[in-house]
Ligand binder design. Sequence first.
Ligand code: FE2
Length: 262
Amino acid sequence: MITDQEIQQFSEMGAVTIDTPLTQQQLTAASTVFDRLLPFCEPKTGEKPRYRVSTTCTFYDPELLDIIQHPFFEEVAKRVLRADEIRFFQTAIVTTYPQPNTPFSFDQHVDIQYCLSDLDATPRRMVCTYFLWIDDVTAQRAPLMYRPGSHRLIAKNRESQPELKGIVPPVAGVSLDGLPALDYADAIPVVARVGQASVLTTGMVHGASINVDTLPRKAMVITFTAADVEIDLPQNQAATKRTYDRELKKRLRPERAHIVPA
Ligand SMILES: [Fe+2]
């Protein structure tokens, strides 16, 4: 499932890639749904094409709900978050299409900032994020880029500020130039095989990159928190989540519905 060593890698580096028990059939079925929900649209005159297409907490396709409610993700999240019970937080699907004649580059930001006492608590007061790879992701095919260990440098810095310590911060994107200038490691790509999942924290410096390959890259993002840990979302995302949670709870199998907050 996930080894102690892999959990340690998640904790220290901020990301670890693990195998999942999803079958090729499940992954192919999910991939077909991605093609339907996230097509590449030719831009209207005067507009730029969008190569990164995504949607968050909007889909109920059985092929995707099967993945969200797969016991594997619940069990691994429990171990990673050191929690007896976990709850679904958010989900998104993203396709990054090849971007012709564009050099490789990537974004760098954090979505949330923790203190060391949040990261090292039991249960951990943080979001556990899965990037499930629906295709092979290579260094050319829009890998997620990240600076290993940067979440802990930021967390250590925040821990030393009394006004920030002990407060679970809301989700809010901050780009690298808005972060304290700490001794961050160089950014490296997450590469993985189809069907693997990268378990990570978006509290590390990370970002999407350009797809300089010839095939699209598809990822399903699923996030969880410990059952009794509250993480605040921006108002619009919180409203979308409440609606989605209500609907999801009705649509998951009865024996799996407990993963969705009441
Ligand atoms: Fe992000």
